[in-house]
Design a protein around this ligand. Structure first.
Ligand SMILES: NC(=O)c1ccc[n+]([C@@H]2O[C@H](COP(=O)([O-])OP(=O)(O)OC[C@H]3O[C@@H](n4cnc5c(N)ncnc54)[C@H](OP(=O)(O)O)[C@@H]3O)[C@@H](O)[C@H]2O)c1
Length: 292
C-alpha cells in the first residue's frame, strides 16, 4: 500500500494514476475527499486527513509499505504554512511511516537549505533532515519550479481579464520543470529499491525569465493583453504590511522578491543523464496539455 499525501495537487494528480497504472494499491490522504474525485478508480482509496493532525496521520499511514509526501503549506486553503505542513506535518508523516515500517519518499525543492531566504525552502530542509535521521529507508526528490503551477498563476488572469502579472522586474532566469516529469521520477523512486538513500534533483530543459514566460503564455493563448509589473518596492511594502494580518500574502511577496533576485537557474543534466527514460517536457508541450 502506497500512501500519497498531496495526491490531489498538481504533482499528485499526475503521480497517482501512474502508480495505480502499475497495479499498485494507493491511498490518497486529503483534507477534502471531493478534491480526489478525479482520482477514483481501481486500487485507489481516499482517506480524509490533515497532516497537521498526528492522530489523522497515524490512521492514514497504518499498513503502508511506502509513504510519499507531495504536500506543501506555502499557499492553499485552511490557513496552512510551511512550518505547520512542510516541517511539522512531514515530521508526523515520517514518524507514522517509521511506526508502520514503511519507506518514505519526500518531495522537496532544489535549493532547500537551513538559511534560505524563502521559508518554504527552510522547512523543506528541516523535513529532509528529519527523514535522514529517522532510520527508515528513504528517498528525496528535489524539483525546480513547476511549469504548470506558474503557467496557471500567470495564465488565469490573462484568460479572464486579458491582463498578465509579473512580480518584480521579471528578468531573472528561473528553471522550470513539468510536474509530469517529476511524477515520472517519483514513480521510479517508489518502485526502484536501488534509489533508497538518494537525493535526486530534477529540473526542466529551460531557464526562463518571467517576462519570457509571459510572452510565451501570450503567444500560446493568443491573448496579447497588458503585462503589468508589480515593482520590487511594492512587493517589499506588501510583505511588511501584511506580515501580521495576511501571512500567506506576505510569504508570497517575499518569495516573489527572492525569485526576482536570487540565482534560480539549474543545470538538469546530471539527473537527465542518470534517468534517460524520463520525459523531458518543454514549456510549449506543458502549455499545450494545460490548455487542452
Ligand atoms: N509547485 C511547484 O512549483 C513546486 C516546485 C518544487 C517542488 N514542489 C513540491 O511538490 C509537491 C507538490 O506540490 P504541488 O504544487 O503539486 O502542490 P499543490 O498543487 O499546491 O497541492 C498541494 C497539496 O498539498 C496538500 N496539502 C496541503 N496542506 C495539507 C494538509 N494540511 N494536510 C494534508 N494535505 C495537505 C493538498 O491536499 P488537499 O488540499 O487535498 O488536502 C494538495 O494535495 C510539494 O511537496 C511541493 O513543495 C512544488
Amino acid at each position: 500500500m502506497i500512501v500519497v499525501a498531496g495526491g490531489t495537487g498538481t504533482l499528485g494528480t499526475r503521480l497517482v494514476p501512474r502508480l495505480a497504472g502499475q497495479g499498485l494499491a494507493i491511498r490518497v490522504l486529503t483534507r477534502d475527499p471531493a478534491r480526489a474525485r478525479q482520482l477514483a478508480g481501481p486500487g485507489v482509496e481516499v482517506v480524509r486527513g490533515d497532516v497537521r493532525d498526528p492522530v489523522q496521520v497515524a490512521r492514514a499511514v497504518r499498513g503502508a509499505g511506502t509513504v510519499v509526501s507531495a504536500v506543501h503549506g506555502f499557499t492553499g486553503p485552511g490557513g496552512v504554512c510551511p512550518a505547520s505542513v512542510d516541517r511539522a506535518g512531514n515530521a508526523s508523516l515520517i514518524g507514522a511511516a517509521a511506526r508502520a515500517g514503511a519507506t518514505f519518499v519526500l518531495v522537496s525543492v532544489v535549493g532547500a537549505a537551513p538559511s534560505h531566504p524563502i521559508g518554504l525552502f527552510r522547512a523543506k530542509h528541516a523535513a529532509e533532515e528529519t527523514l535522514r535521521a529517522s532510520g527508515i529507508p528513504w528517498a528525496i526528490v528535489r524539483a525546480t519550479a513547476f511549469m504548470e503551477t506558474w503557467a496557471t498563476i500567470m495564465g488565469r488572469p490573462l484568460l479572464a481579464s486579458g491582463k498578465i502579472l509579473v512580480f518584480g522586474r521579471g528578468d531573472n532566469p528561473v528553471n522550470f520543470v513539468s510536474a509530469a516529469d517529476v511524477a515520472a521520477l517519483i514513480e521510479l523512486t517508489v518502485t526502484d529499491p536501488g534509489l533508497r538513500g538518494q537525493v535526486v534533483e530534477l529540473g526542466g530543459p529551460d531557464n526562463l525569465t518571467f517576462n519570457q514566460l509571459a510572452a510565451i503564455l501570450q503567444q500560446s493563448t493568443g491573448r496579447h493583453g497588458t503585462v503589468r509589473h508589480i515593482p520590487r518596492p511594492a512587493l517589499q511594502v506588501m510583505a511588511f504590511l501584511t506580515g501580521a494580518t495576511k501571512p500567506a500574502l506576505a510569504r508570497q511577496a517575499r518569495a516573489a522578491l527572492a525569485m526576482d533576485t536570487l540565482d534560480m537557474t539549474f543545470d538538469p543534466s546530471p539527473a537527465r543523464r542518470a534517468f534517460p527514460g524520463l520525459p523531458n517536457t518543454d514549456i510549449s508541450s506543458a502549455l499545450k496539455e494545460l490548455l487542452a
